[in-house]
Design a protein around this ligand. Structure first.
Ligand code: GLU
Length: 417
């Protein structure tokens, strides 16, 4: 399989959108480079008495529109180019939905499933101290991403707070509600994906019940599947690392989510009448109307884009469609709703969490969900307006919306010194 560099992917889309906007190179040149890249070594005392050193990163792509913002992922195959791309996507994502943040991302090269709870906690706390000089509520605010969760955010918040001598909940988002997390945050990304899917179906004048395939049953995939199922759609396929599960008549999503929760977040062994076990590749190519990749980047590539049967792709994950695949899908008349719009619900509610933390107040869940709904619909409409006006794809339109805001902010601020 070809080796896709997600940073090159980002640069290529940035370039096309900047050209469509008729920008001069000097207006957007700085967006091609992250403001800061930090690589750290994380020594961890393992349970067997050995010392293991892990590699970690925090990349801050832009702080033009506000503090840097973005998740931390734990993954054995993560590398600096992936983190750089993810950081840039956060910049564009925050700009598309118009929240006052820049973009960042962090990662540790590790398979967390191979660590004990104690090892995971020690690694997280040591990583926090290593990136501490560049994070903080006014500078850069981490959050959960692939393989990280509220418990890990709690360890980051505690480590940072202990070393400062007082509780600083605003240093991370996606924490447990008991320590300053926000109601609605765990569901926010999936909720946003479901809202954007609903709006996209309206845009393409698709009425009634549709067949949806969801790749990945982590936080984003499971909530997206649950909410779209509640909207009355037929979720015909889901998958996780154990493989795919397909039923052309629709899967029982609440039962699947319960099965995963009861089996250490794995669907291994799930069976039900009418359910066929399929591979991940078969899921991406299954008979459906909407395909929602919610796993990792580079899932739909030049090699398998020709096999996609969906009529619409909604990117729940970050960077699941490569540039080459995007072109193939476009030629085949299959539009994609890009990650920077489709999965922005998470960072929107992260923003609400941070606002609650720094103002020391709490919002009700219905207020959070209603404000999220408003922001997602408004953002979709902003992008849709460019699609209609300029006859460009949703991806290019979303980048055009984001880049024009970033270029404006940069112009107003000027180049220091
Ligand atoms: N990791 C999530 C994303 O990629 C959320 C980031 C955040 O809430 O800061 O959008």
């Amino acid at each position: 399989m070809a080796n896709y560099n997600p940073y090159d992917n980002m640069l290529s889309v940035l370039e096309s959108a900047a050209q469509k906007l008729g920008l001069e190179r000097k207006d957007y040149e700085a967006l091609k480079y992250p403001e800061r890249e930090l690589k750290v070594s994380i020594p961890v005392k393992m349970d067997n008495g050995e010392l293991q050193v892990f590699e970690g990163y925090r990349v801050q792509h832009s702080s033009s529109r506000g503090p840097c913002k973005g998740g931390i992922r734990y993954h054995p195959h993560v590398d600096i180019d992936e983190v750089k791309a993810l950081a840039a996507w956060m910049t564009f994502k925050c700009a598309v939905v118009n929240i006052p943040y820049g973009g960042a991302k962090g990662a540790v090269k590790v398979d967390p499933a191979k660590l004990s709870k104690g090892e995971l906690e020690r690694m997280t706390r040591r990583f926090t101290t290593a990136i501490m000089p560049i994070i903080g509520p006014e500078k850069d605010i981490p959050a959960p991403d692939v393989n990280t969760n509220a418990e890990i955010m709690g360890w980051i918040m505690d480590t940072y707070s202990m070393l400062h001598g007082y509780a600083i909940p605003g240093v991370v988002t996606g924490k447990s509600v008991d320590i300053g997390g926000s109601l609605g945050r765990p569901e926010a990304t999936g909720r946003g994906v479901s809202i954007v899917t609903r709006e996209a179906l309206k845009h393409f004048k698709t009425e009634g019940k549709v067949r949806i395939a969801v790749q990945g049953m982590g936080n984003v995939g499971s909530i997206s599947a649950k909410l779209l199922h509640e909207m009355g759609h037929n979720i015909v396929a889901v998958s996780d690392v154990s493989g795919g599960y397909y039923n052309p008549d629709g899967l029982d999503i609440p039962a699947i989510i319960k099965y995963s929760a009861d089996h250490k977040l794995s669907l291994e062994g799930y069976t039900a009448p009418g359910v066929k076990k399929i591979t991940n590749a078969e899921l991406l190519a299954c008979e459906c109307d909407v395909l929602i990749p919610c796993a990792l980047q580079n899932q739909i590539t030049a090699e398998n884009a020709g096999a996609v049967k969906a009529k619409l792709v909604v990117e729940g994950a970050n960077g699941p469609v490569t540039v080459e695949a995007d072109e193939i899908l476009a030629k085949r008349g299959i539009p994609s709703i890009p990650d920077i719009l489709a999965n922005a619900g998470g960072v929107v509610v992260s923003y609400f969490e941070w606002v609650q933390n720094i103002q020391e107040l709490t919002w009700e869940e219905d207020q959070i969900n209603a404000t999220l709904e408003k922001i997602m619909v408004r953002s979709f409409k902003d992008v849709e307006a460019i699609v209609n006006e300029k006859s460009v794809s949703f991806r290019i339109a979303a980048y055009m919306v984001a880049i024009s805001k970033l270029v404006r902010a940069k112009k107003i601020r000027g180049v220091f010194p």
